[in-house]
Design a protein. Structure first.
Lengths: 485, 482
């Protein structure tokens, strides 16, 4: 096995035993990038020199006896909607093509403190709006399992680079499924933590009440390790919760005996590909065999998830994206005669079609005379969806479903049909609306393309879903398969 | 037909916190452009607001002083509009569920108490400042710059019920509210620097009619006088329009202090849809009883209570009590001096008279002057005891203030001690009588008012040091003998 193929915990063991250096690991990963990135196109920026310099520095620190963390010397890719001080952060948008953040996102700061090595900024759908990474203003990322298919989105670059062994770990962000759906399509692990578990400070906002940063990794243990370093209260984020962070490695227990798991009925029916459904039922069956009690559970409000989401998320986005006006930073249209023209031209030139569509939808939903019928009503439905989850969690420890209704689809297949694209997130969106955690792990293949199993938990019950995920993973081999690149 | 005005005010007060409402930047006024800024208050991508607790305390304090309801649960909202001085292109404000609702402030208008209801008190962030190059305003300028120092400075908006009926009442209300805010220590009340800003909603209706007329919003009133002038002009305009059979258009009008008139700022067609919605980046503000009680304890005596106490306790007339208590520092000065010098009315006369006149010429406040309570009290004592005359006390006061000398030193250096010795005075009076024979003749022939002339001459001779009572008596005695 090459170093780039290993997980963070495997590499940490080698570093700890002084079998390898951070420099060797970093160079191995950079070498892999140089061989496969042309085909995958996962990155918007690759920190070649900076990563090697930092690795050398970290090796010196290790040699001088500085305590290591499980992330020390581990190359981590960062989605390009997280601010990195002095390194261009574009959100895959033309409007931020030259934006140099004057500060680090809290998660980035935490990674640096832990000794991780930022390897590059990953491609995404512009402003995290999309489910295929085709909405990037810069490039189309391909699914490492089949370069003709999409990696999912919006964290498509982060999922693809981990699947392609171009990074050991990656950070993604998830507003309606943007970590889990690409993780599912790329055959890797992706966790959306509880809303408020990870600081959003420095995450360029799409929909503030839904956005959450989380890990993308090659196995469940690595996701738990990365969570240990990004979770926790941050004074700079009022919505981050001051709740004790457990050592998530403690939940890596290969045992689900007696656990009650609900299989979401609405997500194994209409709109779900038959082969995907089969993979999920087999996963449910395996969990049963491993000692869990698995029963079907009905979530009647799930069908309202997508429309509710597309009102609330776009409403918040329409406001969050107002700051891109050409006045302070980013793209400014040239030769405008007056302020209004400068605003119009800057935004017309700077935003892509999907972003414009969502700004218009959201502006409409908040407009005088429509607010009650759309925004307020959607907030009420959001409460109903939460209630549905509360009811389910009074009976079950965790819920399972497919992460995505289909495996990876062809590039270009859904770009002209936004509604069918929106439905890619039918299984993931309700989780964001309820603010609860969910993970996607590989659970099979359809036509050599990965299928993802979504495991949903109560608020702050990341440990429960890690345990179910870990148990499933320990008793299957899906996560060990690698794409041919 | 007779018309009455219906006026409601919206007052924006900059809160005296050290840091901004949603970040740690300084709120200092007058710093170099863009020196008090950070990623948060310049609206960088990815930043989040964190509420300054002090701001909530100040608003609760104000709410309590206005006898309003402090909400246990209040929320912030986004007010969306594009303008270059607003870096996020939305202002974080309060819309539904403000921190304070209800309350009132009573004002005295021509000896009668008027009750002005408070609709709400809410918090928001201030915007930045545009600087236009090549012209005074946007029009004609070649470029515009933005200074974000003021962006995120905490503002408290106080909205009144439409209970005000005249420009004079409006002026008194703003002045009374300003005093209250300064007393509470939540705002410096400086209208010229913009730390207190006032907008008014004004309409007119026939006397006796219940329904409200169409209102206009008047902005840009930068002093108490401007509030009165602007409203007078706007009411006159509306009255003339209605009398001419025209309709009032609902609009925002800007007051121009130089012309004394209002002109339309933006028309209805351009009216904003602010698309308010709850701010998702902030959690609701939860206020418990204990917090309110603790804040209540920090509220000291307020202007109205102090005023009536000054009348009762010191026997001061209402005018004196009002002037003294209008400025908390002045009231404190009065009380401290009164501990050492008991004649309250005399003390008040000196403070309101000579001392205030001095401060006005020097454009300073009571806190900036060089005068201790004990020095001031001692000087007044010396006048009462006849050690120095009122006239020399006046000139000595200026010296004390300008040079920081003690009254003792001034008196002994310049020999200002009052002359009460009858023999000395009589000698001077006789000298004066001899020098002014023609006036003596006139006096003798019945023009007795000339006695004052002789007194004046004696005072001149003694450089004001002669005891005027003694001089008066001796002048009359000697003139009658002459």
């Amino acid at each position: 096995m090459e170093l780039f193929q290993l997980t963070a915990h495997e590499l940490h063991a080698k570093l700890d035993k002084k079998e390898v250096s951070a420099e060797e690991i970093t160079k191995s990963v950079l070498g892999r990038i140089s061989r496969v990135e042309n085909g995958v196109s996962a990155f918007l920026a690759i920190n070649v020199d900076e990563a090697i310099d930092r690795a050398v520095e970290i090796d010196e620190q290790i040699a001088s006896g500085k305590a290591m963390t499980p992330l020390t010397g581990i190359p981590v890719a960062i989605k390009d909607n997280m601010c990195t001080k002095g390194a261009i952060t574009t959100c895959a948008s033309r409007i931020l093509r030259n934006y140099l953040p004057p500060y680090n996102a809290t998660v980035v700061e935490n990674l640096l403190k832990a000794g991780a090595i930022p390897i590059g900024k990953t491609n995404m759908d512009e402003f995290a709006m999309g489910s295929s990474t085709e909405n990037s203003a810069y490039k189309v990322t391909k699914n490492p399992w089949d370069l003709k298919t999409v990696p999912g989105g919006s964290s498509g670059g982060s999922a693809a680079c981990v699947a392609a062994d171009e990074a050991i770990l990656a950070l993604g962000s998830d507003t309606g499924g943007s970590i889990r759906q690409p993780a599912s399509l790329c055959g890797v692990v992706g966790l959306k933590p509880t809303y408020g578990r990870v600081s959003r400070y420095g995450l360029i906002a799409f929909a503030s009440s839904l956005d959450q940063i989380g890990p993308i990794s090659k196995d469940v243990a690595d996701a738990a390790i990365l969570m240990n370093f990004i979770a926790g209260h941050d004074e700079k984020d009022s919505t981050s919760v001051d709740e004790k962070v457990p050592d998530y490695r403690g939940s890596l227990i290969d045992d689900v005996k007696g656990m009650k798991i609900g299989l979401v009925k609405e997500l194994i029916g209409k709109g779900i590909a038959v082969d995907v459904k089969k993979a999920i039922l087999e996963a449910a069956d395996l969990l049963k065999k491993l000692g869990a009690k698995v029963e079907e559970v009905s979530m009647p409000t799930f069908e309202y998830g997508v429309p509710t989401y597309y009102i609330l998320a776009t409403a918040e986005a329409s406001s969050n994206l107002e700051r891109y006006d050409g006045v302070k930073y980013g793209h400014r249209s040239k030769d405008s005669d007056d302020l209004l023209t400068m605003y119009y031209n800057t935004r017309r030139e700077g935003f892509g079609p999907e972003v414009k569509r969502r700004i218009m939808l959201g502006t409409y939903a908040l407009s005088a005379g429509y607010y009650d019928a759309y925004y307020l009503k959607a907030q009420k439905v959001r409460t109903l969806i939460k209630n549905d989850f509360d009811r389910a969690f009074s009976k079950f420890d965790a819920l399972i479903s497919p992460t995505s209704p289909t495996v990876a689809f062809k590039i270009g297949e859904k770009t002209d049909d936004p509604l069918s694209m929106y439905l890619s997130d039918i299984a993931t969106i309700p989780v964001n609306l309820a603010g609860i955690p969910a993970i996607s792990i590989p659970c099979g293949f359809v036509n050599d393309l990965p299928v993802g199993l979504q495991i949903i938990g109560k608020a702050f019950a990341e440990e429960t879903i890690f345990r179910v995920a870990y148990t499933y993973e320990q008793n299957t081999q899906w996560h060990k398969r690698k794409p041919n690149l | 037909m007779n018309y009455e005005a219906v006026i409601g005010l919206e007052i924006h007060a900059q809160l005296l916190t050290k840091s901004k409402i949603f970040c740690g930047c300084s709120t200092k006024f007058g710093s170099a452009p863009n020196s008090n800024i950070c990623p948060v208050c310049t609206g960088q991508p990815g930043v989040l607001p964190v509420l300054n607790k002090k701001v909530i305390e100040f608003a609760i304090k104000t709410g309590l002083a206005l006898k309003g309801q402090i909400a246990k649960h209040s929320i912030f909202a986004r007010k969306n509009y594009f303008y270059p001085d607003l870096p996020k292109n939305y202002q974080i404000s309060q819309y539904e569920l403000p921190l304070v609702t209800g309350g009132h402030l009573d004002i005295a208008v021509n000896g009668k108490t008027r009750h002005v209801g408070i609709t709400r008190v809410h918090l928001e962030e201030d915007a930045g400042k545009l600087v236009h190059k090549g012209a005074a305003g946007l029009k004609g300028s070649t470029s515009s710059l933005v200074d974000f120092n003021r962006t995120g400075v905490p503002l408290m908006e106080i909205v009144t019920e439409p209970d005000i009926r005249s420009p004079e009442e409006a002026k008194i209300f703003v002045s009374e509210l300003r005093n209250l805010l300064v007393y509470l220590g939540v705002c410096d009340g400086n209208m010229e620097e913009g730390s207190l800003r006032c907008d008014a909603n004004v309409s007119i209706r026939p006397v006796g009619q219940k329904e409200l007329g169409t209102k206009t919003e008047v902005k840009n009133m930068n002093s108490f006088k401007a509030v009165q002038k602007a409203l007078e002009s706007e009411i006159k305009r509306q009255t003339e329009m209605i009398q001419a059979g025209e309709r009032i258009v609902q609009e925002t009008r800007l007051f121009d202090d130089t012309t004394g008139t209002t002109t339309p700022m933006r028309s209805k067609e351009e009216a904003h849809d602010y698309r308010y919605f709850p701010e998702p980046d902030l959690v609701p503000v939860e206020v418990d009883r204990k917090w309110i009680d603790n804040i209540e304890k920090t509220i000291s005596e307020l202007p109205a209570a102090k005023r009536s106490r000054f009348m009762k306790e010191f026997g001061l007339p209402e005018l004196d009590a009002t002037i003294l208590t209008d400025d908390k520092a002045l009231a404190d000065f009065f009380e401290e001096c009164n501990k050492l010098y008991k004649n309250a009315k005399n003390l008040s006369n000196w403070i309101i008279g000579d001392l205030t006149a001095y401060m006005k010429t020097k454009k300073v406040g009571i806190k900036d002057i060089n005068l201790t309570f004990s020095q001031f009290a001692e000087m007044l004592d010396m006048v009462d005891k006849g050690t120095i005359s009122r006239t020399s006390a006046k000139s000595s006061l200026t010296k004390m203030l300008d040079e920081g000398k003690s009254i003792h030193d001034i008196v002994s250096e310049s020999g200002l001690t009052q002359i009460s010795d009858e023999v000395k005075i009589r000698l001077i009076v006789l000298e004066v009588i001899q020098k002014n024979r023609p006036q003596v003749v006139q006096y003798k022939s019945g023009k007795t008012t000339l006695a004052a002339f002789f007194v004046g001459q004696v005072m001149k001779e003694t450089k004001g040091r002669a005891n005027p009572e003694v001089v008066n008596r001796i002048v009359v005695e000697e003139l009658n003998k002459a």
